[in-house]
Design a protein around this ligand. Structure first.
Ligand code: FE2
Ligand code: FE2
Length: 604
């Protein structure tokens, strides 16, 4: 979307919080587009850290060798990827900080590729997976480098993870997408890119730090895509290689939190066009299904009682995603929770969410999600937060009046845009097309918007808790780095339960147990919630054993005695006890039930 000037039309329900931000940081927080780290740090008493970040920046920028940890196939595995300037390198894991008695020690042979060659320096892409780990702290070292640690969690009582969207490191670069077709322009491009990555990665690191303050025991970060900004088509015209996005990966991976905390990435439209994405992230159970031929396809992992299926929907062949989901579920039939992550916000509430490209993907994928009993779908792409009601059975009921994309874009742009220059923060898009318009094309456009509201797919549940819902919850993450924000749609969709945009980075914490899924979302400046806590409860039916009145899991003489007491009027059964006391199933509770139990005991 092009940067535009929008009229301030709404300060939404969060006017109080917004006003607080404006008074404390009106000059600090840009009204449109992104969060500048220097101003954000100044507004949040973090200036010293920012000065330190700037002082170290040249070293970080030129370091392509940050390790990246991703979850392994399950919680007892951990995957690693890194660049090395030597083709072979030792990788060691130990339970001891002095790296003695290693549990894993192996020479890793890296892969060379022109796309990871910087000037005369050839980098080698290395990766390995460490398995059979039990709960506890482990230390690891690449070659003779620094020793870092990671934790393997005990998931028997549940686990937590952090959900983020669109770090898109480098997106605040004002020259992004520019062809930079002269030496002078190229130098300027790289300078602005470096400044942008320095700012975005500072904010990204700040978000991760705040998230871990809130959820110190989090097992991993789930990122819904667009880890970095630069796509192949954004390459400066005179750049001679594919490495111009490497500085963005350096910024992304430089966050100290990521030395210890795994991150499960999703392929976003900004990640999909160059293979260095696959060199940086060693994801588990990679499938060819969903592959776009450059960065691989879908992948899955289990963690505790949950199955995570991460789709590469830059491949829009939804039949492949269907097959992948079926295969992943078949391989893990007993997982209590089934989660899908994909980049596009098929039920979001910002500028991208109503695009036919996105809603078409929705109507193709939702039936597959429902057939496979998916509980929650995580997405990003729209750089604004939203949470849906529980949704089930959506069907495509309207095609846009014209397949001509240009005409659609024109209508869409016209509705949300205004040429009037405005000042101050804008969080909700303008609304040029009025609800009572007489224009036929505008009326058709509004009918389309109404159709994709999916009013008929809304399941009635509690506002803060859904117990055994049939439907699916769809979460869309805001920008986690502040590198770019989109405005909310001027007409909030019927399917939305909560949404938020105040041009502040956010993150969510998800807590999982055998019976509950709980999500909370926080803004990083105050670390306060931006939405109510939402919980999905899975109540499992208690298992009744016929004759087991005491509920101790077996039938015994006491159960027969209780039946006798009931017959004699010495005690009254409740409904559950009545259900199991009719041992012979003849519809009455009588002496024959007690005799039946006694006979059964004698048989034993
Ligand atoms: Fe994005
Ligand atoms: Fe995106």
């Amino acid at each position: 979307m092009k940067k535009r000037f929008l009229k301030v039309i709404a300060f939404t329900a969060a006017v109080t919080m917004a006003a607080a931000m404006i008074t404390t940081a009106s000059a600090a927080i840009p009204s449109d587009g992104s969060t500048n780290a220097e101003e954000f740090a100044a507004a949040n008493n973090n200036t010293a850290n920012w000065e330190n970040w700037k002082a170290n920046w040249d070293t970080v920028r030129d370091n392509w060798e940050y390790v990246s940890i991703t979850p392994g196939s399950n919680e007892s595995e951990m995957n690693f990827a890194w660049y090395s300037q030597t083709r072979t390198v030792w990788f060691t894991v130990s339970e001891k900080e002095d790296m003695s008695s290693p549990v894993f020690s192996r020479v890793i042979v890296g892969t060379a590729d022109d796309s990871i060659k910087k000037a005369d320096v050839q980098y080698y892409a290395c990766r390995t997976s460490v398995s059979n780990l039990s709960a506890g702290t482990y230390y690891y070292r690449i070659g003779s480098g620094e020793v870092n640690s990671f934790d393997v969690k005990d998931t028997s009582d549940g686990f937590s993870f952090i959900f983020v969207g669109d770090p898109q490191i480098g997106s605040s670069n004002s020259m992004k997408g520019s062809k930079a077709d002269s030496e002078e322009a190229l130098a300027k491009f790289y300078g602005l890119q470096s400044d942008a990555v320095r700012s975005d990665s500072f904010n990204w690191n700040y978000t991760l730090t705040k998230a871990l303050e809130k959820s110190a025991d989090a097992s991993f970060v789930l990122s819904a895509g667009d880890q970095i900004q630069s796509r192949k088509k954004d390459a400066p015209a005179i750049a001679t290689d594919n490495t111009f996005s490497e500085v963005e990966y350096s910024g992304f991976l430089s966050a100290p939190v990521l030395r210890s905390l795994p991150l499960a990435p999703t392929v976003g439209n900004h990640d999909a066009s160059m293979p260095n994405y696959t060199y940086h992230f060693n994801t588990p159970n990679n499938s060819e299904l969903g592959s776009n031929g450059i960065v691989g396809g879908d992948y899955w992992f289990t963690y505790g009682n949950a199955l995570f299926m991460v789709l590469n929907t830059q491949d829009t062949n939804t039949e492949e995603h269907k097959q992948f989901i079926e295969e992943a579920v078949a391989a893990n039939p007993d997982s209590t929770w089934r989660f899908v992550t994909l980049h596009q916000d098929i039920y979001g509430s910002a500028e991208h969410s109503n695009e036919p490209e996105i809603t078409d993907l929705r109507y193709q994928l939702v039936p597959y999600f429902e057939e496979n009993d998916i509980d929650v779908v995580f997405s990003g792409h729209d750089h604004a937060y939203s949470r849906t009601l529980m949704l089930k059975g959506a069907e495509k009921t309207s095609a846009y009046y014209d397949d001509n994309e240009d005409e659609y874009d024109e209508m869409f742009e016209y509705d949300i845009d205004t040429d009037e220059e405005i000042s101050g923060p804008v969080y909700t898009a303008y609304q040029m097309i009025k609800d009572d318009t007489a224009d036929e094309k505008q009326k058709a456009y509004l009918e389309y918007l109404d159709a994709v509201n999916d009013k008929n797919a809304i399941e009635e549940t509690g506002t803060e808790t859904a117990v055994n819902p049939d439907g699916i919850l769809y979460m869309t993450a805001n920008s986690s780095s502040g590198s770019k924000y989109y405005d909310l749609t001027s007409r909030m969709q019927s399917y939305v339960a909560g949404r938020w945009q105040e041009d502040i980075p956010t993150y969510s914490v998800v807590d999982i147990t055998d019976t509950t899924f709980t999500i909370n979302t926080y803004r990083t400046d105050t670390n306060e919630k931006i939405d109510t806590q939402f919980t999905i409860v899975k109540e499992t039916e208690p298992e009744y054993i016929s004759g087991d009145i005491s509920g101790n899991g077996r039938i015994d003489l006491y159960d027969a005695i209780e039946i006798c007491k009931n017959i004699m009027g010495m005690r009254t059964f409740n409904d559950e006890e009545k259900a199991v006391a009719d041992y012979n199933g003849d519809g009455v509770i009588d002496l024959y039930d007690a005799i039946g139990i006694a006979k059964k005991l004698l048989e034993k």
